[in-house]
Structures are given as structure tokens and as C-alpha cells.
Design a binder for this molecule. Structure first.
Ligand SMILES: *Cc1c(COP(=O)(O)O)cnc(C)c1O
Length: 384
């Protein structure tokens, strides 16, 4: 039985009538950019995320970029980011002319280590950008304490965590000063193309972001600041508005799938349960730690024989992906920063051992059983 990493057609088929009607509504209105569709999405996202302002943006990458621009971050400034994330987190910092400062991650959560953030702060630090990786929240308690002590703002990269709740029950993205979300099709809430969102509870920042979104223009054809084209298309907003009411049930289905994976890995004798951080005979596969609310944008295991296992699964029609094989400090484009590889032992180990398995909401229990049985079959070939 083939098991794809993701099958977006199943979600479209389930909502086809409503989505098709929304697409035709936009076609007939010919109000193609921003307009009432985007305004309606922004209002429902502000409610869903419990924030004062939710601003539709052209992509998650642009959401990060506009957040940095809203703080006038540029040449001579430093922004602290985890070294283990999707490229956009660091790329956007560098694009402003600022220096991304890479920090190693925590071995349990795989997310930015607040103790190392403290050590990385200099007089030039202008922002801290935690990433809520794979659908769990970063340690916002520690990071907001650092922010309160130093006055440095926190920009949350919540691209993989739309609807993730922090320990206190608040959705991520509204805990720091600015939250950035992505509607890339593989995210838990995906558009029919690129799209993103910026959230903030700060009225002045919201006003500035709205202006930056449209070339810094205010009033029409007068530019007191340099922005860009960071506008969201109406067609994306219309699709997202159909999907948003279903998002929590999709999160729940992903969580159920994660539970089924854990049960199956334990039943196969490959794990004693989530949370182990060292490989051993009884933990041949390390399962993702459930530290709190998790929306499982990815279900990412660790295995000592990652590349061989991935090839074995691929031969049997099981889709997997490596998020992420190369941490920022090892990227060729950042050699000019002269990062010291030995400073990042956790990220280096993750990059060699992580493997993300299919977790999408429509995945069937027998597919999960099949994935784990196939991994068990591979592990037996490693023992013999
Ligand atoms: C997807 C993603 C982004 C970028 O979002 P796009 O909409 O693809 O531009 C940024 N950061 C993280 C952590 C992501 O996963």
C-alpha cells in the first residue's frame, strides 16, 4: 500500500462544493487583490488567533520580512534565530541587510535554546525570532522574560503553528510582539498558492505594516517609507475562509494520527514512548516529544540510519521528507558569517537523524500501521 507524505486532493474533494463557489465568487467580482475577501479573512483570523490585528500578506516569507521592516531592521543590526528551521527564517534577516545570529536548539523540543539566546545578545541585537517548529510552541516564557529584561522585541515565526496554543492557552503568534504565519499549501491551513499573515496587538505596528504592505504608500502615490508589494490575493483569502472553520478538526485528526504512530512504534518494540532523546536498544526510534498542545504540521522521528531507512521506505511507496538536512550555520550562503560548526551540536545531530513521516488528517489508521511495520522490517535488517 502506497502512503504519500501528503495528499492535498483529499481535502479539496471534501470541500469541493464550497471552495468552487468561493473561487467563482472571486472570478465574478474581479476584485482580485485585498478587498472584501481579504478583509473577511483578516477579521476571522484575528478572532481565531485572539489578536487585535491580523494582516493578510503575500507569503509567510514576506510576513517575516515585513515584520523586520516594521522595526526598521537593517545593516549593522543583529537578529537572533535558531539554526534549525526552514531557510526563510534566516534568509529574511539577511535580506534586510542585518546579520542573522544563529543559536543552537534544545535536544527535546528541537527549538531555540533560551539560555543560548541570552549569551548571543549584544548591543546590536534588534530582534529575537523563535520558530514554533513542526507545530509546537517554542519556550515563550523564557523568551518573553529576556525580551522584558532587554527591551528586544520577539517576532514569532509561527508558519508551522497556526492554532497552536501555548501553556497558558493563548494561541502562538500573539504572545510576542509580531506573529508571522504561512498559508503555503503544505501548512495546516493551506491556500491554493502563496499566502501569509502578520499578527500584532500593537496598533502603531499594525498601521505601519498595513502601509509597508502596499509600497509604504499613504495617501495614494505619496511614500514616506519604502515598503513593497506584500498584498494577499482575494482568491487565496476566499479559499482560506472556507477552510478555517475546519482547521481545529484537522489539527485533532493529526494528533490522533500521532497517537496511533506512538502506539504502533511501542507495539513494534521500537520505542518506549515519546520523549526519549538518546538512542538505545529499547529506543531505536526517537518519537517527537509531546510538550503541550501540538498541531503536528510534521511528525518528525529520529533514526540512527536515516538515509538508508528513507530509501527503504521510498522503495515501498512510503513518502517521507527531511526537515531539515542542512542547518543555517552549514549553508554555503552563510559562510561569510564564519559560524563555528562545533557551536551547534544539537542541530548537527538533528540534521543527520530527523525524518518526517506522513501525518496529514485524511491518513487512514491502516496506513500508519503499514508505515511503522515497514520501519520495523527495516530495523530487523539492521540487527541481523
Ligand atoms: C513555510 C515556512 C516559512 C515560509 O512560508 P512561505 O509561505 O512558504 O513563504 C517560514 N518559516 C517557516 C518555519 C516555515 O515553515
Amino acid at each position: 500500500m502506497a502512503v504519500p507524505l501528503l495528499d492535498l486532493k483529499l481535502q479539496y474533494q471534501a470541500l469541493k462544493t464550497e471552495i468552487d463557489a468561493a473561487l467563482i465568487r472571486v472570478a465574478e467580482s474581479q476584485a482580485c487583490i485585498l478587498g472584501p475577501e481579504v478583509a473577511a479573512l483578516e477579521a476571522s483570523m484575528a478572532t481565531y488567533l485572539d489578536v487585535r490585528h491580523a494582516i493578510g500578506i503575500s507569503s509567510g516569507t514576506d510576513a517575516l520580512l515585513i515584520a523586520l521592516m516594521a522595526y526598521d531592521i537593517g545593516a549593522g543590526d543583529e537578529v537572533i534565530v535558531p539554526t534549525f528551521s526552514f531557510f526563510a527564517t534566516a534568509g529574511c534577516v539577511a535580506r534586510t541587510g542585518a546579520t542573522p545570529v544563529f543559536v543552537d536548539v534544545d535536544p527535546v523540543s528541537y527549538m531555540i535554546n533560551p539560555d543560548l539566546v541570552r549569551k548571543a545578545i549584544t548591543p546590536r541585537t534588534k530582534a529575537i525570532m523563535p520558530v514554533h517548529l513542526f507545530g509546537q510552541a517554542a519556550n515563550m516564557t523564557e523568551l518573553m522574560a529576556i525580551s522584558a529584561e532587554t527591551g528586544i522585541p520577539v517576532i514569532e515565526d509561527a508558519a508551522q503553528a497556526i492554532g497552536t496554543r501555548y501553556r497558558d492557552g493563548r494561541p502562538v503568534g500573539g504572545i510576542g510582539h509580531i506573529g508571522c504565519f504561512s498559508f503555503y499549501p503544505t501548512k495546516n491551513l493551506g491556500a491554493f498558492g502563496d499566502g501569509g499573515l502578520v499578527t500584532t496587538n500593537d496598533d502603531a505596528l499594525a498601521t505601519k505594516i498595513l502601509q509597508l504592505r502596499n509600497h509604504g504608500m499613504e495617501p495614494r502615490y505619496y511614500h514616506s517609507m519604502i515598503g513593497g508589494n506584500f498584498r494577499l490575493d482575494a482568491i487565496q483569502a476566499a479559499v482560506l475562509s472556507v477552510k478555517l472553520p475546519h482547521l481545529d478538526s484537522w489539527h485533532a485528526a493529526r494528533r490522533r494520527n500521532a497517537e496511533l504512530y506512538e502506539q504502533a512504534f511501542v507495539a513494534e518494540g521500537l520505542s518506549q514512548g515519546a520523549g526519549a532523546t538518546e538512542f538505545s536498544e529499547r529506543d531505536r526510534i526517537l518519537l517527537p516529544a509531546a510538550m503541550g498542545h501540538h498541531i503536528f504540521n510534521q511528525y518528525t522521528i529520529r533514526t540512527a540510519h536515516r538515509n538508508a531507512l528513507r530509501a527503504f521506505l521510498s522503495e515501498r511507496g512510503i513518502g517521507t521528507e527531511i526537515y531539515y538536512p542542512v542547518p543555517f550555520h552549514r549553508q554555503d550562503c552563510f559562510t561569510y558569517l564564519q559560524p563555528q560548526d562545533a557551536d551547534y551540536p544539537v542541530a548537527n545531530s538533528l540534521a543527520e537523524t530527523v525524518l518526517s513521516l506522513p501525518i496529514f488528517p485524511e491518513l487512514r489508521p491502516e496506513q500508519i500501521t503499514e508505515v511503522v511495520a515497514t520501519i520495523a522490517e527495516f530495523e530487523r535488517t539492521m540487527v541481523s
